[in-house]
Design a protein around this ligand. Structure first.
Ligand code: C5P
Length: 298
């Protein structure tokens, strides 16, 4: 029997996303609070003679996901093999449930899952710190997708520290129509702040207090996203969606990361289903926080 390992990794949302002015290295300094939500991609790996990738979109359009070596999950497998100087290749299958180019870190989740899956398949037992350094090389959000839960992200988002969060939260996730490329949203952010400039970002105390208290109404008022104006400028149809969710009694409404997915904070599954039913498109309901990338079968 061929050995295989399957790992699930969660989508992320940013409860707050503070963005500073463009750095010399082409990235923006962030002060963000990530939360992993119960919407998972799965990555399965098996030994193979050379790397091969297939992708299945489960309720999402995965036609734009590359299946060659430019895919971030295959890059993760190569990076891990190189790091340990092992001559191993994989047949990889990605089962996608996280909307593509949606601001939910779907590609980063796949990379995180691929790192954890290959580590297990090849019996490497990479120390956590080393794995997180490799994750950061792959992308700013990849370390968080490994770790999961609720965490502050500094630097370009890769410097993580855990956040005390009580209870669980329910989100209505409304996928955007079409995707938004992360670099284009940051470029629009740069254009919008060209005259006024941007302050060094900070995580709001109010948001952290709301999480510590487990107070959903308070958390709803403390959500913030410095990329939201840029995402709305590129996709003006998102503004009425946010209004619609608030009118339908969501405690907070925000563009997720660089968008165009919008997310709506609710107090229970029933409340989320009720708010979700007011949208005229397929929406997802997810509980949070959830675990990071982990082996589900082998
Ligand atoms: O790190 P990642 O590859 O996910 O970033 C994709 C792009 O998003 C970067 O090339 C950059 O244009 C933008 N980005 C940024 N500042 C960050 C994170 C991402 O400008 N902190």
């Amino acid at each position: 029997m061929t050995q295989s390992v399957t790992v699930s990794a969660p989508a992320k949302i940013n409860l707050s996303l503070g963005v500073g002015p463009l750095r010399a290295d082409g990235f923006h300094p962030l002060a963000t609070v990530f939360q992993a939500i119960g919407l998972f991609d799965e990555v399965r790996v098996r030994p193979a003679e050379s790397d091969i990738l297939t992708v299945y979109g489960d309720g999402v359009d995965a036609s734009d996901v590359p299946t060659d070596g430019s895919n971030i999950a295959l890059k993760a497998a190569r990076l891990l093999a190189k790091h340990h100087s092992v001559d191993e290749y994989v047949e990889m299958h990605i089962h996608k449930r996280i909307p593509v180019a949606g601001g939910l870190a779907g590609g980063s989740a796949d990379a995180a899952a691929a790192l954890v899956a290959c580590d297990a398949l090849w019996g490497l037992r990479t120390p956590r710190d080393e794995l997180l350094d490799l994750a950061a090389e792959l992308g700013s959000d990849v370390p968080f997708c490994v770790v999961g839960g609720t965490a502050i992200g500094l630097g370009r988002g890769e410097v993580l520290s855990p956040v005390m969060s009580r209870g669980s939260y329910w989100w209505v996730v409304v996928p955007g129509e079409g995707g938004l490329s992360t670099p284009s949203v940051y470029a629009e952010f740069d254009r919008l702040i060209a005259d006024s400039g941007a302050d060094e970002p900070e995580v709001s105390d109010s948001l952290l207090s709301a999480l510590r208290a487990g107070d959903v109404e308070w958390l709803g008022t403390a959500l913030s996203n410095d990329l939201q104006r840029a995402a709305l400028s590129l996709q003006p149809d998102l503004a009425p969606l946010l209004e619609q969710g608030l009118d339908a009694s969501a405690h907070g409404a925000i563009v997720s990361g660089s968008g165009p997915t919008t997310v709506f904070l609710c107090e229970s599954r029933e409340h989320a289903l009720e708010v979700g039913s007011t949208f005229d498109r397929t929406v997802l309901v997810a509980e949070a926080p959830v675990h990071g990338a982990r082996v589900v079968s082998r």
